[in-house]
Design a protein around this ligand. Structure first.
Ligand SMILES: Cc1cc2nc3c(=O)[nH]c(=O)nc-3n(C[C@H](O)[C@H](O)[C@H](O)COP(=O)(O)OP(=O)(O)OC[C@H]3O[C@@H](n4cnc5c(N)ncnc54)[C@H](O)[C@@H]3O)c2cc1C
Length: 503
């Protein structure tokens, strides 16, 4: 049997670095495994990844972190989904919840009943059959009902949190579990001449840190995975054409919404992420269609509340590293690639790589079959996320700028094309292995962008139209009533997890 890994070196102490350190420290429990994290306080972190999706709740829970303690420490608020404004058309709006719609009737998916009603000329909106959408509409928040058989239980939530505070929280957690932290600049990556594996890194203070396994959490540049190992990057910027971002924090004006806002503009889109103590704002745009100066104007003219810091600028290229695991190096976070934060997927992909690393944790033989499998799983997962993001741009009916006209005219990946065709034909939603977004999310997009299937499941015809209508009416009323009875998001926070104002 091959020797176990004894030394893991993580380069980078942003969200990715500390999420990895915390997870490995938990994994190491009782094993002889030294974990060292190197970060350079002179470089700093990206630190704007503040909207999450629901698997973050499980991530923290699996680490054994108390939810209320975490929310207070990171000034977090709750997120029931994303409100998309001006995406389908100017002045249009829809909500992408972390939940399904309605309930199956006679074991047939709910949306077929909606399609039947629509095809019969009835005015129905699938969003009326979704409890978190109703909560969000009224600015309310409730945790899922403990009885799983009600639609009031069939949803999830995520958080908006301060990324810097989250990294600090996980750093404290990891250091207590024995992770060693070094604040220094990695100036050289040293490879084994025989097999090209990474042997060590040299720091600016002259120290050499050796390792068996290296985790690259160094951000966009990919210090280990790309600069040292030359793994290669697959460029998807012809499909996801936004390549720049601006971010600025403002004082909160009003209560935090229990959702992220994504507001489409002429050449990109703006985000608003409310925390307990401030608002995170940003603007993602395409440099082909807008200058940096014009973009800054777009952002600053549409924020609410006083700015509390300077505008930060980011450049990126949509795509992914060709292999997330190459030799004895695994890339986690921005070093593994980047897809714009339209659906808040980056942190979730960090979790996903960590989970694969733990499932396939190597020994010193670094079995190539294991490495290939992790790369295969990761690549397919990122491709599905890519397709879901492209869908937002492709289906928009906005024609007010060349940017939107370009998006509508572009060819989409074959995988997405196939998926869209099947839905249009008969309302069928393909679920592929490793999909981050469930059928309900795809349904949200098709519905919001006006794609109605030509046919529906014919078994729906076994139920008379008036009976379907009556059932749906009752469902809609009970969802609305339950939403009205819930506490406002602010009251829920005040009662359960209010953070100190001055963190
Ligand atoms: C505009 C924008 C908005 C985003 N919004 C979201 C969102 O809403 N939701 C979401 O899930 N994700 C979002 N993301 C992505 C999210 O920010 C990242 O996934 C997350 O912050 C992880 O970054 P990271 O830790 O990989 O890299 P970074 O934060 O860049 O950290 C890199 C680390 O490497 C260290 N380092 C680099 N070079 C060296 C060196 N030579 N020596 C020593 N240390 C070094 C740095 O000191 C730092 O600690 C967004 C990203 C951008 C750009």
């Amino acid at each position: 049997m091959s020797e176990p890994i004894k030394k893991v070196v993580i380069v980078g102490g942003g969200t990715a670095g500390w999420m990895t350190a915390a997870s490995l420290a938990r994994y190491a429990d009782g094993k002889e495994l030294n974990i060292t994290l190197i970060e350079s306080s002179t470089i700093g972190t990206v630190g704007v990844g503040e909207a999450t999706i629901p698997n973050i709740v499980d991530f923290n829970r699996n680490l054994g972190i108390d939810e209320v303690e975490l929310i207070k420490a990171t000034q977090a608020s709750f997120k029931l989904g994303i409100q998309f404004e001006n995406w389908a058309n100017i002045d249009s709006q829809f909500f992408h919840p972390f939940s399904d719609y309605g309930v199956k009737i006679n074991n047939i998916d709910f949306h077929h009943y909606i399609n039947k009603l629509k095809n019969s000329g009835k005015d129905v909106d699938i969003q009326d059959y979704c409890f978190p959408a109703a909560l969000a509409n009224h600015g309310k928040f409730a945790q899922p009902h403990p009885n799983p058989s009600t639609p009031l239980a069939d949803y999830q939530y995520a958080y908006h949190f301060d990324a810097g505070l989250y990294a600090n929280f996980l750093a404290d957690f990891s250091l207590k579990l024995g992770v060693r932290r070094i604040d220094a600049f990695v100036k050289q990556v040293n490879k084994d001449d025989n097999n090209g594996f990474i042997k060590s890194v040299t720091l600016d203070n002259g120290e050499i840190i050796e390792g068996d396994l290296f985790i690259d959490c160094s951000g966009f540049k990919g210090l280990l995975i790309e600069e040292a190992l030359e793994t290669g990057y697959e460029d998807w910027s012809h499909w996801l054409i936004c390549d720049k971002a601006l971010a600025v924090q403002t004082e909160l004006s009003g209560e935090p919404t229990p959702y992220t806002r994504s507001i489409a503009k002429a050449n990109g889109w703006q985000w608003r992420i409310p925390l307990q103590h401030r608002m995170g704002n940003g603007y993602i745009y395409s440099s082909k269609f807008e200058s940096d100066e014009a973009a800054e104007q777009v952002l600053l003219s549409s924020i609410e509340g006083k700015p509390i810091n300077k505008v930060r600028r980011f450049s990126f290229k949509a795509g992914r590293r060709k292999q997330v695991w190459n030799k004895n190096c695994v890339a986690v976070g921005l070093s593994s690639g980047f897809l714009e934060p339209l659906e808040s997927t980056s942190i979730s992909l960090i979790q996903s790589v960590i989970s694969k690393l733990l499932n396939f944790f190597p020994d010193k033989s670094f079995n190539q079959f294991d490495i290939d499998e992790v790369n295969r799983l990761h690549n397919s997962e990122v491709e599905h996320v890519r397709d879901f993001l492209i869908l937002h741009y492709k289906l928009s009916q906005r024609t007010d700028s060349i940017f939107w006209q370009h998006c509508q005219a572009m060819e989409v990946p074959e995988t997405l094309h196939h998926k869209m065709n099947l839905f249009e034909s008969r309302g069928h939603i393909i679920e592929r292995e490793n999909e981050s977004f469930e059928p309900a999310s795809w349904l949200t997009m098709y519905n919001a962008f006006g794609v109605t299937p030509k046919r529906y499941d014919s078994r729906v015809d076994n139920m008379p139209l008036d009976v379907i209508e009556k059932n749906l009416q009752q469902m809609k009323q009970s969802i609305e009533q339950a939403a009205l009875q819930a506490n406002s998001h602010q009251v829920f926070i005040d009662q359960h997890c209010k953070a100190q104002a001055d963190i």
